[in-house]
Design a protein around this ligand. Structure first.
Ligand SMILES: [Zn+2]
Length: 319
């Protein structure tokens, strides 16, 4: 295990382009077998062909350039290819993180050089959190636009232990709050996500589940009403009430996909993750209780080791 102590020469974060060479090899073999079969049998499945082609092409590119291992820690930033160091810089040379599309991240160095990495998964999240922690904490840490909102580094979010954040009873379960960045058009969606856990109780978790089912149920009823209604309308005629229900149902579905979880979390728990920064290192929380807000602010000011927020890391939620 690496150590976050400043005196340690061990890297705090290690990221590899290919974390499982065997897995990548297996995937490529499958893709090649598929492509060969597709050509021989003339399957003509364009989407699958494209995915397999991208996988083989991308892997070939990574192999041609050499898969990288990026290490970051007090000893500096180092990049290795095929086990050979190709870049070594003091950690102070890291100017900032820049977020690209689809979870892609860039480390910008002081001389302008950029290093890319896929900012998804536990390894990349640890790298993001560590590089983010190098910047001195701003004086307004914890302040956000609204009085009941806080913006904090994800690694600094620590809820007081032992009590359910929602009802204050002694905690016997954990609640998951998902911080997301992205959008959903109902059928197509793209989200960068990061899970936060808070102490909770079984009762509050159950209430949240019922609220989620209830919200979905109301929309299904609206949809059914708009399709069939109670009155039979002759073909070609439009019932304004049914049209209104359909519009309301669609708007509700859109809202539920995009903001529903945060809204329900806030209604039931009094705490929700409203937004995630583009580099997935900072989260904006909405907290109803002033006492809990103060506790979160206090905890955030205390030193926090990188990687304290569990091992799930940043995920990509696409559909
Ligand atoms: Zn509770």
């Amino acid at each position: 295990m690496s150590s976050p102590h400043a005196s340690s020469p061990l890297p705090v974060a290690v990221y590899e382009d290919v974390s499982s060479p065997r897995g990548l090899l297996l995937l490529n073999l499958l893709a090649l077998v598929y492509l060969a079969g597709s050509l021989l049998l003339d399957l003509d499945l364009e989407e699958l062909d494209a995915v397999a082609g991208l996988l083989v092409g991308g892997s070939a590119l990574i192999l041609a350039l050499g898969p990288r291992r990026i290490e970051a820690g007090p000893a500096g930033l180092q990049v290795w290819r095929w086990g050979r160091p190709v870049l070594r810089r003091p950690i102070e040379d890291v100017a900032r993180l820049e977020a690209g599309l689809l979870g892609l991240q860039f480390i910008r160095l002081r001389d302008g050089k950029r290093l890319w990495f896929a900012g998804i998964g536990p390894e990349a999240t640890r790298l993001v959190d560590y590089l983010h922690s190098l910047r001195p904490a701003p004086a307004d840490a914890g302040r956000a636009g609204r009085p009941d909102e806080l913006e904090l580094p994800v690694t600094a979010v620590r809820f007081p232990r032992g009590r359910c954040v929602a009802c204050g009873r002694s905690s016997n379960a954990s609640l998951t709050l998902e911080a997301r960045r992205g959008f959903s058009l109902v059928l197509v969606s793209h989200f960068l996500t990061r899970a936060l856990t808070a102490p909770g109780c079984g009762r509050c978790r159950w209430r949240r589940r019922i609220a989620g089912l209830g919200a979905g149920g109301v929309l299904v009823l609206l949809g059914l009403w708009s399709l069939f209604g109670l009155r039979v309308v002759p073909v070609g005629q439009v019932d304004p009430l049914q049209v209104a229900c359909a519009a309301l149902g669609l708007a509700g579905l859109f809202a539920l996909h995009n903001r529903g979880d945060a809204w329900l979390d806030h209604r039931v728990y009094g705490v929700s993750a409203r937004a995630l920064s583009a580099d997935s290192a900072r989260v904006r929380l909405r907290v109803r209780s002033a006492a809990l807000r103060d506790a979160l602010r206090r905890e955030a000011r205390a030193p926090h080791p990188v990687g304290a927020q569990g091992g799930e890391g940043t995920g990509l939620d696409a559909g």
